[in-house]
Design a binder for this molecule. Structure first.
Ligand SMILES: [Zn+2]
Length: 352
């Protein structure tokens, strides 16, 4: 399952451009007209179109029409891509983001209230990295790296931003998205990774507005949360709910497990068990056991042999000690036997 490469729709109308000094500015900070602005994507001149008369219409930069017949290339600049670059840079700097409440929704078809498992909170990172690739090796161990050469079938996810704690462990994946919709394939991968993941729609706005967005959970959803995933609704449904929780249909949909997800999870568990059984650690344990059993068998045999030797030694000793006495007893025994014989013979004759 290859990682889906992000594709950005090019925008004719843009909200950012370079000024005459080459600095990237937001449309709100621009002056109307051709004031030496140029495109971030293609460096071609742009003009600012400020909507003063109609404030409900958004202002924008546009390319100064070019002569396509001269073989000029079409611009591929994307507002969204630019916003995501800015968002990623801000997160690298502030190392902090607010995540929403973790809520457990009842399974489909059950008309009950959702239950809050965890309050909305700020997550602080010790280190922030962008566009790392997470993949697994043939043994099923998860690794990550920057642009590693990996066979597609081992690829898991390339989150836009990853938060690490001070132990160097990834603690939060941040996905910058256009929509919170999530495919079953991705749900499966997120469960496989087991790392808390949020998706954010970076809104249109100035750099300051984008930064402020990270202090609010308005545009944030959980794509995967470990606490939510490891809690069953039934086990929490008796807990008193804190007021009336907002029933977030979208969030419920993301957390919902489809048959495909369940099937894959079960397959994964089976695969892990098989891997465990066939893995080195199992073999090593098995060998250790075999060695131990062999060692005990050998020791037992040795002890049995020793015991047999001791027994025969004692028997010899006893025999030697009572050798003379035995001879007497044997002789006396024989005497008794012959007397008994003659007596029986006598009795038999008498009866005739
Ligand atoms: Zn351009």
């Amino acid at each position: 399952m290859p990682i889906q490469k992000k594709t950005y729709e090019p925008d004719k109308e843009t909200d950012r451009a370079k000024n005459i000094k080459g600095e990237i500015i937001y449309i709100d900070d621009a002056e109307s007209g051709r004031k030496g602005y140029s495109c971030i994507g293609c460096d071609k001149p742009m003009q600012a179109n400020i909507q003063r008369k109609n404030p409900t219409h958004q202002s924008y930069f546009s390319h100064i029409p070019v002569d396509v017949s001269k073989g000029e290339k079409k611009c591929t600049y994307s507002n969204r891509e630019q916003r995501e670059i800015i968002a990623s840079d801000i997160l690298q700097r502030i190392k902090r983001i607010k995540v929403p409440d973790v809520v457990k929704y009842p399974p489909k078809g059950i008309d009950k209230n959702p239950v809050k498992l965890k309050h909305s909170q700020f997550i602080d990172a010790f280190k922030v990295r962008s566009e790392l690739t997470f993949y697994e090796d043939e043994e099923g161990n998860i690794h990550y790296g920057k642009n590693p050469e990996i066979n597609d079938r081992y690829l898991l996810l390339r989150p836009d931003v990853t938060f690490f704690n001070h132990n160097g462990d990834p603690i939060l994946f941040i996905e910058l998205v256009v929509t919170h919709k999530i495919s079953d394939e991705k749900k499966i991968k997120l469960r496989r990774l087991g790392i808390n993941t949020i998706s954010i729609i970076v809104p249109r706005g100035s750099d300051q507005e984008i930064e402020e967005n990270f202090r609010s959970v308005k545009n944030v959803k959980w794509e995967y949360n470990e606490v939510e995933a490891s809690t069953t609704y039934l086990s929490v449904s008796n807990r008193a709910t804190e007021g009336i929780l907002e029933f977030d249909k979208q969030q419920r949909g993301i957390f919902g497990e489809t048959t495909l997800c369940r099937k894959s999870r079960i397959n994964n568990t089976i695969r892990t068990i098989k891997k465990c059984l066939g893995g080195k650690s199992y073999h090593r344990t098995e060998q250790d056991f075999r060695r131990e059993i062999f060692r005990i068998k050998e020791a037992t045999e040795r002890e049995e042999k020793k015991l047999a030797e001791l027994e025969s030694e004692y028997q010899k000793e006893i025999r030697a000690e009572y050798a003379g006495g035995n001879l007497d007893i044997e002789n006396q025994g024989r005497e008794v036997d012959s007397k008994e014989e003659s007596l029986q013979l006598g009795l038999a004759t008498k009866n005739w």
